[in-house]
Design a protein around this ligand. Sequence first.
Ligand SMILES: C[S@@+](CC[C@H](N)C(=O)[O-])C[C@H]1O[C@@H](n2cnc3c(N)ncnc32)[C@H](O)[C@@H]1O
Length: 248
Amino acid sequence: MERVSVADLVGEVSAEPVRAPSTPAAEVRPPRIPAYLREVYAWAYLNPRSVRLLDQRVVAAAILWGNYRRLSDAAIGEFAPGMRVLQPACAYGDVSPRLARALGPAGALEMADVAPVQLRNVRPKLAAFPTARLAHRDAADTPRARFDAVNCFFLIHEIPDAHRKRVVDALLDAVVPGGKVVFVDYHRPRGWHPLKPVMSVVFDRLEPFAKGVWHQEIREMARGAERFAWSKTTYFGGLYQKVTATAR
Ligand SMILES: C[S@@+](CC[C@H](N)C(=O)[O-])C[C@H]1O[C@@H](n2cnc3c(N)ncnc32)[C@H](O)[C@@H]1O
């Protein structure tokens, strides 16, 4: 796999270092916060008080029924020291600093999000890693062929169908030849799963687009899926999945 140096990230106009910004803010046209985020998820991701409350390790663990550590380990285990990795959206808990640590001093993490409050929240978590950068961007507008790998952690279930397809395509296009995109997200649980009815109600009430990942495989969302080798592992009775797409 081609290794790309940390310096390559600095050229990204919308990316800013966690410390010592080098790009004048005036040059950057901020992305619009998508309607679904404002109308459906403001309570969870845009309200600073909720961000503080939900970004507790115990809360992140509870939301994933005790599987946070296992799933974040599964994601992080896909990346090697020295890789240049994009995480296209912030996630609560410690997955991002653990990923930055795993990439080591020769690697680079670009942490992107469309919501400024989320970038402000993640900044202190990444302050100890000079190789981390922040980028204010919609995942659907990710630049092409800039990364060795992508860590898409519990993002796509939140996005409505048409926008989700744009995000999946953009993330697949973001990796260099031989690179990989890792999706960790919800998945349709087995029929007997005791939490299936509970999650069904939670999704119907709070996460109206989430059943998209119950009804469709991630590879089926992708245009040009055949350009990638796909593998899928499920966890916790099928309620969660890790899908890796490796560019041929
Ligand atoms: C990745 S999900 C994480 C949810 C999960 N409950 C967790 O914290 O582990 C939530 C983040 O996605 C961001 N987000 C949603 N749609 C986005 C998009 N199209 N582009 C970039 N970030 C997006 C939100 O602003 C929020 O920070």
